[in-house]
Write a protein that binds this ligand. Sequence first.
Ligand SMILES: [Zn+2]
Length: 413
Amino acid sequence: MTKADKIKQSIKLTKEKRKLQTPKVFQLKLQTLSKSDIKTLERLFLEAKWFYNYLIADIDSRLNKKSEKLKVVEIKTPNSFEKRELNLLGSQVKQGIIERIKTSLKALKKLKEQGYKVGKLQFKSDFKSIPLKQFRITYKIDFKRNRIKVQGIRKWFRVLGLHQIPKNSEIANAFLVKKPSGFYLYVVCYLWREEVLREIKQKQTSIPVGIKYQLTLTTGESFKWYIPETKRLKRLQKILARKRKGSKNYQKIKRLIQKEWEYIKNKRKDIQNKVISYLKKFPFIAVQRDDIKGWHEGLFGKEVQNTGIGGITARLKYLATFIPVEFVPKYEATTQTCCRCGFKQKVELNERTYKCQKCGLEIDRDLNGAWNILKIGLKQLAKKNKVLADRLKSALPVDCGEVTPVEWGLSPR
Ligand SMILES: [Zn+2]
């Protein structure tokens, strides 16, 4: 793959990702600035202005990559031309200004095409907003110490308002803005739509949910639990084997075994109750039958039998009288299919992460399955109740997010 292809692909992937995200701008005010800090910042804005005016004075020969490296520009003064040094303006910041001019020119061209009369780009007497294109390159954020740094300026500045930025949002570009009230950093963040939804509705109960092995939910939660047969039970079974069938002692041990079984069953029921009462919060549930059955038969053997998942299906059926529950048939290939682009590929049992060969999605194997189950479940539901299915779909974060699954320990033993 050539470098250009790689860049193209990365842009495409980002575009795909942005579909699942919502942009939000956070305003951070620069705090406790000393006189010299203000002088430095003023100088930065001045240099940005010089650079901008220098470029638009001769767009044809100056609007190019070479200008990113300029250390000195010539500006027009009332009487002549004078040289100005660019000491603070970083090369990526210059790049950002070049791109801004390009965007403006494109917009002007479009207006012209639409029949509007357009002039040229005007010289600026004041530069109020400096584009900072790349997070970590043109600017940095130190969340622990509430500070930010701008390329070209050595000092870190204290800011107010960092707490507003949600932890797992993606930080993109920013703008350094000069206002009469002070200096600000406007940070553009991309929030996962699911989180935006959560924020709006203040509760996650509006997001439909699908279930896969050991109950992985599309919300990224994963329930794992295991209740083994107790040591006591094993011991009792050994004793029973030595007793004569039908004898008084045999009957006594048998009753003890039954009691022990009841204890284990109650434990399992208790977990099922917790799971079901948690699932009740969701407006819709899709589950694949295959998983539950398959667990008992093959691959996972005893360990899975002990989870008491069979009881969950029965309970889900009961739950279906309160909220819509769809059972997805076992022949649906939910593990092999990419939940974002629908591509199918072979997946080995030991591969915990699904890496799509077509669209590049990397997602937890079970989470991928859960999303596929949910999609199929919603299709099934649409045949019975299209209005409801559409409503549930609209509450979904478009396709599936690259959400990190959270381990949700349910009284493990
Ligand atoms: Zn894919």
